[in-house]
Design a protein around this ligand. Structure first.
Ligand SMILES: [Zn+2]
Length: 773
């Protein structure tokens, strides 16, 4: 286990993956004497001299080439590819023999250190000899991830020994390394671990006993130097795991811990994850590959505070009992528990085994807090003792929402516990809010001075605008650039228009009375009411799918474009004499406030209450039921949008010749090949005439003329030194070029060069007294 010397507890694998740091460690090459030879040594490299008292074997790669070399320090054995090491330290050598790693298999050597643990190891058969390297599963590649990244699918392996680093001979200490432990198990080697909970060497490593392992490094190296077994010593910087709590370097040591086996549920976790909606989606793949590579869960910790592990054991460890409830504890207790028994005292209760009659005491371990996080939903409802039906009706929950660092944390612990207990995923959707960064996409930091605190933003801009901004600017799971100016301009615009529309209704309310709107006769009325229902549907689906930005945008578009810019304009004349358009606006605003209430609760409530006398209201908008979309007329909306384009083009013509809409014009000519557009406009000709203020809308072609001017810059860039000739030719061929482009030609030939249309500025001109848009 990885173990923190300061916290004196084990850490699970996922607790170490994020907290690596470069640290300085000794880097030593030591000489193990070959058994039965004089002055002959196996060279071994290590960065943890403190593990040398726990050495039980040396591993070599069977297929790699090794050499015996004669040197001033005796005959040394190492991988042939690693001879550079001797060059580097200035030790001259002569190769005596080349041999394969497998030729070394089984050769014995002598202990490097004369310490009690080594004397014990030397008694074990099979220890202190050369063993052959084995292959390890390095990474399981989920087939889906593999395919996406275009890498070979399947698992990745690596060798315990390579001839690319160190000396090609690897010190094996199964008590102090994960892969060493696998090698040790494979060859039946002893597991020496002369290190206590505080990570000090024990009396088994005397004379180094009592030393903190990292301090012992130096003493051991010095001792080896004194007895002539140290070939080289230097310090190196390398990446090393630290404790996330206290930042102490972690030590690998053997300790007895509790594990939950993942293999029985791993496949189910992976297959259920396929059905979880991950937002953003890449997180789902990241999660799958994390689960794919996950190992058994070490859930026990040696800390004081925490939920006690409810396992009782016999003195000799042969019997173990997990207690699942207070009733069970009472029935197993060796003494009767009082009626008001406090569960905090459970740790002191001694049980009597129902099968053997042995006394059982509770293990002093507590749970990994991540286990708490995975089981919290059960604990919160008292499941399975209370609220069983409530819990089950909420399982799986529809959504959980947390930051992206929880892929290996809470999302994982929930999935593990959920699938482990109930056999199915505990959640249907996972969303991970994106980080908030500044308007340039830079992380907010004190040193950059670009931090905007949430409180300041709310104070400065108002809670409602800030909240609206977050439900409009981008998807909640994307990186969120916070731009104060956008809130000030765009969001304020939306709020102002909404407020002005509400004023419009209030000012006209005398005319409205308490009369509800009559059945909407006018086309634009039907269109707006249909649009309103489409917006209800869109906002609902946006909330359901956690695409909040779609909700904000739908409301923005409806209020600013549909109601204010389009409908109020279209109905402007009617507003003078007819109360029904105002009633329709009031009805729409009322619905808008209900849709807006979860986003901008204060403004929504104010507008809603103000409109109360006009269209009825409860005590607050927040008491309303969220609306469900009524029938919409999609076809009408589509045609209306097209008619809107024609009206906009008509108004643009007026702008071009600076003729205000009060001045009637004779004719709006629409030139189109699109029959659907023609039909839509013909059916709504009255509306178009009224809006553009023309006497008639007609459909026909108008012969326009075009003017062609060279785009000098583009021509020069494209044609280089031929530009001059082309321009001269153009000057005398303007008519022809214009005619060709009018017919739709994509290039013209000038001075023998085919010149593309894009290199000219071409303008279309209508006949006299017409404007074109
Ligand atoms: Zn620690």
């Amino acid at each position: 286990m990885h173990w923190c010397p300061k916290c004196e507890t084990a850490l699970a694998g996922y607790e170490t993956t994020d907290s690596y740091k470069n640290v300085s460690d000794p880097s030593v090459v030591v000489m193990f004497p070959v058994s039965g030879r004089t002055e002959e040594y196996f060279l071994v490299y290590t960065t943890t001299p403190w593990t040398l008292p726990a050495n039980v074997a040396i591993a070599a790669h069977p297929e790699k080439m090794y050499v015996r070399v004669k040197t001033a320090r005796g005959v040394l054995i190492l991988a042939k590819t690693r001879l550079g090491l001797l060059d580097r330290i200035g030790l001259s050598y002569e190769i005596v023999e080349e041999l394969l790693g497998k030729d070394l298999d089984g050769l014995r050597y002598l202990s490097l250190l004369d310490v009690p643990v080594q004397r014990a190891v030397a008694q074990e058969t099979g220890a202190l000899r050369i063993v052959m390297s084995i292959r390890f599963l390095k990474q399981r590649v989920a087939s889906k991830v593999g395919m996406k990244k275009d890498v070979e699918t399947g698992d990745l392996f690596e060798d315990f020994v390579t001839d690319e680093e160190g000396t090609g001979l690897v010190h094996v200490a199964p008590g102090h390394g994960k892969s060493d432990n696998v090698v040790g198990k494979k060859y039946g080697l002893p597991e020496a671990s002369p290190v206590d909970d505080a990570c000090c060497l024990t009396s088994d490593a005397a004379p180094f006993a009592g030393k903190f392992v990292k301090d012992a490094d130096h003493d051991i190296a010095q001792h080896l130097h004194a007895i002539g077994r140290l070939l080289h010593f230097e310090r190196i910087e390398h990446s090393y795991p630290l404790c996330w709590r206290c930042k102490s370097p972690l030590i690998f040591r053997l300790s007895n811990q509790w594990f939950i086996s993942i293999e029985p549920i791993k496949e189910k976790m992976l297959s259920d994850n396929e059905n979880v909606l991950w937002q953003p989606s890449f997180a789902g793949e990241r999660f799958a590959s994390w689960v794919q590579g996950a190992e058994d869960w070490n859930f026990s910790r040696q800390r004081y505070w925490g939920a006690p592990v409810p396992i009782w054991m016999s003195e000799d460890g042969s019997e173990q009992l997990a207690v699942g409830s207070l009733d069970e504890l009472r029935s197993l207790s060796s003494e009767a528990l009082p009626l008001d028994f406090d569960l905090h005292q459970a740790g002191d209760v001694v049980l009597r085994s129902p099968s053997s009659g042995k006394l059982l005491r509770r293990t002093p371990d507590i749970f990994d807090v991540w286990f708490d996080s995975g089981s919290a939903p059960h604990a919160a409802l008292g499941y399975p003792f209370q609220s069983k039906a409530v819990f089950e009706s909420h399982y799986p929950v529809s959504r959980i929402n947390e930051s992206q660092d929880q892929v290996r944390g809470w999302f994982y612990s929930l999935m593990f516990c959920g699938v482990g207990i109930h056999g199915k995923a505990p959640y249907a959707a996972v969303s991970m809010p994106g980080w908030v960064v500044d308007s340039n996409g830079e992380k907010m930091s004190k040193s950059l001075g670009n931090i905007i605190s949430g409180n300041d933003a709310v104070e400065d801009l108002g809670a409602d605008p800030v909240r609206f901004y977050y439900c409009w600017d981008g998807a909640p799971y994307q990186l969120m650039r916070f731009n104060v100016e956008t809130v000030r301009s765009e969001v304020t615009r939306f709020f102002t228009i909404l407020w002005n529309l509400h004023n419009l209704v209030l000012q006209g309310s005398a005319r409205l009375g308490s009369q509800s709107p009559k059945e909407a006769p006018a086309l634009e009325d039907r269109w707006l009411l249909s649009r309103m229902e489409s917006v209800v549907a869109e906002v609902r689906s946006a909330f359901d799918s956690f695409e909040l930005q779609r909700a904000g945008r739908a409301l923005y578009g409806f209020v600013v474009d549909d109601v204010s810019r389009t409908y109020v304009q279209y109905a402007r004349e009617r507003l003078e004499y007819d109360a029904s358009p105002l009633a329709i606006v009031a009805q729409c605003l009322r619905k808008v406030t209900i849709l807006l209430a979860p986003i901008s609760p204060h403004l929504a409530d104010q507008v809603y209450l103000d409109l109360g006398p006009v269209c009825g209201a409860k005590d607050s908008v927040h008491l309303e039921t969220f609306p469900v979309a009524d029938r919409t007329d999609v076809d009408l909306e589509e045609r209306f949008a097209r008619v809107g384009e024609v009206i906009a083009a008509g108004l643009a013509c007026r702008d071009k010749v600076k003729r205000g809409v009060r001045w009637p014009c004779k004719e709006l000519i629409v030139t189109t090949d699109d029959d659907a557009l023609r039909m839509a406009v013909e059916q709504r000709a009255d509306l178009v005439c009224r809006q553009v203020n023309v006497r008639a809308v007609t459909f026909r072609d108008v012969s326009t003329t075009i003017s062609v001017k060279p785009n000098y810059r583009a021509l020069g860039k494209e044609l280089g030194e031929r530009t001059g000739d082309v321009l001269t030719a153009f000057a005398s061929a303007k008519e022809r070029v214009s005619a060709e482009f009018s017919r739709g030609a994509q290039e013209v030939v000038l001075a023998g060069v085919a010149v593309p249309r894009a290199l000219f500025a071409i303008e279309e001109h209508p006949p006299e007294s017409f404007a074109l848009a």
